[in-house]
Write a new protein. Structure first.
Length: 406
């Protein structure tokens, strides 16, 4: 199989837009957790989350046209712009570029607002609703703005969608279908309906966290009480090494796996997670002892975190350092896997690992947690994990190109 590498990154989160701002926030352990204020997020509730305060939009669309684009679409375009520019994709023939957007049911809040606004006069609903309610409209939006002519589609894998998009992009490039493929974990714009449903399920941190929102998100801590949402979007440019004079790669994608549990429900599976880790390592030609760093799914779910910690131990990953990016960004749901891959690659390049916020009492001392402060670390090989409702387990191995050659 040809060597597949990541040559461009883009990221937009509540703690910063762009790689530089995001990396600075990661290493500082910054956060923007608060009671959410975006219209359509609350219904006599006080849900805590991390909302993007502001971002610079792309200039590839006129301001008049951007007004018809959802928050999810605007953030996707801005994030894609950063990755596209860094990877110099304007130099690549348009028909040799593909796009995979990770996520489904992405624009619920704006759809809910439109439905509420027009409930008494539905005939006045704007015609663009007929396109914008489809997630594939994001593909059309991006391909029109950037001139992509290879292929574009969405992939839905619940909270594993972002990493699933990276895996799909890697396989498209490895097969020769395209020379370059951009994977985007899109912003999942939740409405109060989704919050109420996830809260009733017991998956989210309770509303009582509004009294101290900075303490709400606690992955792998004994005091964890559920995930805290965070608006985010990540983009990775994936391409064959040597196909063109490309920028210096962040790392090679050396192994990946998608494993299912045959289960509709949200409960995690130790066996499924261990299988995904093992297959990704095998494909990369690595052992657990080769892995220097693990970026886990780590949502702060009481059952999910315990299962994932057990999976890391069962897979033999006791030498690797471990931190939880969601403690800083919140849980981006469909975006999470792509954003956390970006975080892992930035840490590899900087030679530093970010702290895990609120990790006061780790649930298992046998793992090498990065806790209160960033630490220096040489990372040659890392493993990123994402899991989704419905029994979806994904794992992705990334290796510095010099480590791969060694």
């Amino acid at each position: 199989m040809p060597e597949i590498a990541v040559t461009g990154l883009g990221v937009t989160t509540a703690v910063g837009q762009g790689k530089a701002a995001f990396a600075e926030a990661l290493f500082a352990g910054a956060h923007r957790f608060a009671v959410m204020r975006r219209p359509g997020r609350q219904a006599d509730t006080r849900f805590v989350g991390a909302e993007i305060p502001t971002f610079a939009p792309t200039n590839r669309l006129a301001a008049r046209e951007l007004r018809t684009v959802s928050l999810t679409g605007q953030v996707l375009l801005a994030t894609l712009e950063e990755a596209w520019t860094e990877a110099r994709l304007d130099e690549v023939p348009a028909e040799r570029i593909g796009l995979v957007v990770g996520g489904n049911n992405l624009q619920q809040r704006e759809l809910t607002l439109a439905q509420d606004r027009h409930r008494a006069k539905p005939r006045f609903l704007r015609p663009s609703y007929g396109m914008s309610f489809l997630d594939t409209d994001l593909c059309g939006l991006a391909t029109a703005a950037f001139g992509i002519r290879g292929f574009a589609h969405t992939v839905g894998g619940a909270s594993a969608s972002g990493q699933l998009a990276v895996i799909e992009a890697a396989e498209a490039v490895a097969s020769g279908r395209v020379d370059v493929c951009v994977a985007v974990g899109a912003l999942m714009d939740l409405s109060y309906w989704e919050y109420l449903g996830l809260g009733a399920m017991g998956a989210m941190a309770p509303e009582s966290c509004a009294d101290a929102p900075e303490l709400a998100c606690r992955p792998f801590d004994a005091g964890r009480g559920g995930f805290v949402f965070g608006e985010a979007c990540g983009a990775l440019v994936v391409e064959r090494v040597g196909a063109r004079p490309a920028p210096e790669p962040y790392a090679a994608l050396t192994g990946w796996s998608v494993q299912l549990d045959g289960n509709r429900n949200p409960n995690p599976s130790l066996e499924g997670e261990v299988r995904a880790i093992g297959q990704a390592l095998e494909r990369a030609g690595l052992t657990a002892d080769d892995i220097d760093y693990v970026n886990p799914h780590g949502t702060a779910s009481p059952v999910g975190d315990r299962t994932e910690a057990d999976a890391l131990l069962a897979a033999g990953l006791t030498r690797a350092r471990v931190n939880a990016t969601k403690s800083i960004t919140g849980h981006g749901l469909t975006a999470a896997g792509a954003v956390e891959a970006v975080a892992a690659l930035l840490q590899m390049r900087h030679g530093r690992l970010h702290p895990t916020r609120n990790l006061v009492e780790p649930i298992d001392d046998r793992l090498r947690w990065v806790r209160g402060e960033a630490v220096e670390a040489e990372v040659g090989h890392c493993l990123s994990l994402s899991m989704g409702f419905g029994g979806i387990n994904t794992a992705l191995c990334m290796s510095k190109c010099e480590s791969r050659r060694a």
